[in-house]
Design a protein around this ligand. Structure first.
Ligand SMILES: Cc1cc2nc3c(=O)[nH]c(=O)nc-3n(C[C@H](O)[C@H](O)[C@H](O)COP(=O)(O)OP(=O)(O)OC[C@H]3O[C@@H](n4cnc5c(N)ncnc54)[C@H](O)[C@@H]3O)c2cc1C
Length: 478
């Protein structure tokens, strides 16, 4: 009987939660058995090592949350259409619901699958659960997608954002559960070299932890956010990015909670909402320009004399936190130890790579993709293109961050560098020493090594970058 047939609810990285989950909520309201599913499919296979490991913690937490409802999470590996086809055949499901993902690979997969399922008479419904506004509905005054952040912020911040839907009241289990693979069997930490145990010390995962983090930040961090968000050594940001990347909290939940504080007069609410809108802007761009991760948004920048050679010793030094430029090295080491990097440091290390070292920004984008636990396809691509100067609304290429000046301004007392760089300190803090445990053994790094001399003198690097810009401008068509 169709009215008793199960509905598959397909969770993805980006919506691993029970609240503010429109697909799950809609399925639960049908009064039919609900079968939650997560696939290790072609899209998941692309996720970098650290983010994949972090996603495993999310899935573990989601499993527990579902079990509290008498439900389960069915895990399968393989191409999405084969896995879904098999589950339909095994369970008699006649419908599948999911929340839309907006990265190009997911869109391609979902569009093909939806058409195929419809042909087979299966109800395939998608919901908007991952953004404040669906990107095809958001248009500038000329009816075009936004290319510049500020007008989008001014216009969209005034638009009503859908209220988050609540946790389902009940999840009716199917009469028989299909077979599931196990998270242990998936061994999601496999690609992590040595970093897993170090990262694990600091990571909290899951929907409850995400909500706690948001409340803690709103109660104790929001008022300091405007000035504190740039201070490298302070815990001045929300720390929500890994929760958002996995969808343990919904963006609409964050937005509405911050709006309430804004209405109550909290001074940091507007700057925080603005950053949430940057995430929205990034996804808006990736939706409308699906090549954003791999191609310069400004096509003429493909002719910029980036150096594509990833095997240069300077690039190796950048990856290993051994450039001899303290702020750059501190940022890169923070990422190795925590899977995260302060936003200011992300900008500095990205500028150093794409300008002082003239490396192709895609080398950095891919390295972040492998090492960040908050990896987000849109934020990462837009962040890199913004810094490298080839994206929409980008910082101009001639704006070259001077890491030493940035350190003077945003790490006045040197606490951030002290926290992450052990060499030369009589009693380095644990954080600085952990870098040597977290990085691959093959790098053969030791805290007892002398700190390296700069691989490029900052002034030489800046000059070379500006010369590159001049050559590029001379040969670019008018
Ligand atoms: C080169 C580069 C790469 C980046 N890669 C990523 C990435 O892979 N994943 C990621 O989530 N962010 C990325 N960012 C953006 C930003 O650095 C992080 O979102 C931020 O540091 C996360 O910390 P938080 O949650 O405490 O931020 P908060 O300052 O508390 O901000 C709250 C939320 O707003 C959003 N946000 C904040 N700043 C930005 C921004 N500049 N662009 C887009 N959204 C923003 C994020 O969702 C963030 O979680 C990148 C930035 C740069 C310059």
């Amino acid at each position: 009987m169709v009215q008793d047939a199960p509905i598959l609810v397909w969770f993805r990285r980006g919506d691993l939660r029970l609240s503010d989950n429109p697909a799950l909520r809609a399925a639960s309201e049908k009064g039919r058995p609900v079968l939650p599913v997560f696939l290790r499919d072609e899209v998941v296979e692309r996720v970098g090592a650290a983010a994949l490991w972090r996603m495993g913690l999310s899935l573990e937490s989601l499993q527990h949350d579902l079990e509290r409802f008498g439900s389960r999470l069915i895990l399968r590996t393989g191409a999405a259409d084969a896995c879904i086809g098999a589950l339909i055949a095994e369970t008699g499901a006649t419908a599948i619901y999911w929340n839309r993902a907006h990265d190009p690979a997911s869109r391609q997969r979902d569009t093909g699958l939806k058409a195929k399922l419809k042909e087979q008479g299966v109800e395939a419904r998608s919901f908007d659960g991952n953004l404040l506004f669906e990107p095809w509905r958001t248009k500038n005054k000329s009816g075009q997608p936004y290319k510049v952040f500020s007008p989008m912020w001014r216009a969209q911040a005034q638009q009503p954002v859908m209220e988050p839907v609540g946790v389902p009241r009940r999840l009716q289990p199917p009469s028989d559960w299909p077979e599931t693979e196990t998270l242990a069997g998936w061994a999601l930490a496999q690609g992590m070299e040595r970093g897993e145990s170090i990262l694990a010390k600091r990571v909290k995962a899951g929907e409850t932890a995400a909500r706690d983090r948001l409340e803690e930040f709103l109660d104790h961090g929001l008022d300091r956010y405007k000035d504190g968000r740039d201070a490298l050594a302070q815990d001045g940001c929300s720390g929500l990015s890994p929760f958002l990347a996995n969808g343990e909290i919904g963006i609409r939940q964050c937005w509405h909670a911050a709006m309430l504080r804004d209405h109550a007069g909290a001074s940091g609410a507007q700057p925080f909402l603005r950053q949430l809108m940057w995430r929205e802007f990034s996804w808006h761009l990736l939706f409308h320009w699906p090549e954003l991760e791999t191609r310069c948004w400004r096509p003429e920048w493909e002719r910029f004399p980036w150096n594509p050679d990833e095997n240069r010793s300077e690039i190796r030094a950048w990856k290993r936190g051994r450039t001899g430029v303290e702020l750059v090295d501190a940022g890169m080491r923070e990422m190795m130890v925590t899977g995260l990097m302060h936003n200011r440091a992300r900008m500095v290390v990205a500028s150093y790579l794409s300008k002082h070292l003239m490396a192709d920004w895609r080398i950095g984008r891919a390295w972040f993709e492998r090492h960040l636990i908050d990896w987000d396809a849109a934020n990462n691509a837009v962040g890199w293109q913004w810094v490298a100067g080839c994206g929409p609304d980008a910082s101009p290429y001639f704006r070259i961050f001077n890491p030493d000046l940035q350190a003077t301004r945003y790490d006045k007392k040197g606490s951030y560098r002290h926290r992450w760089i052990a060499e030369g300190q009589a009693n380095p803090p644990e954080t600085a020493l952990e870098f040597f445990e977290a990085c691959p053994a093959a790098w053969k790094l030791s805290a007892r090594d002398p700190y390296p001399a700069p691989v490029v003198a900052l002034e030489d690097g800046r000059r070379a970058a500006l010369d590159g810009l001049e050559r590029f401008r001379e040969q670019a068509p008018a």
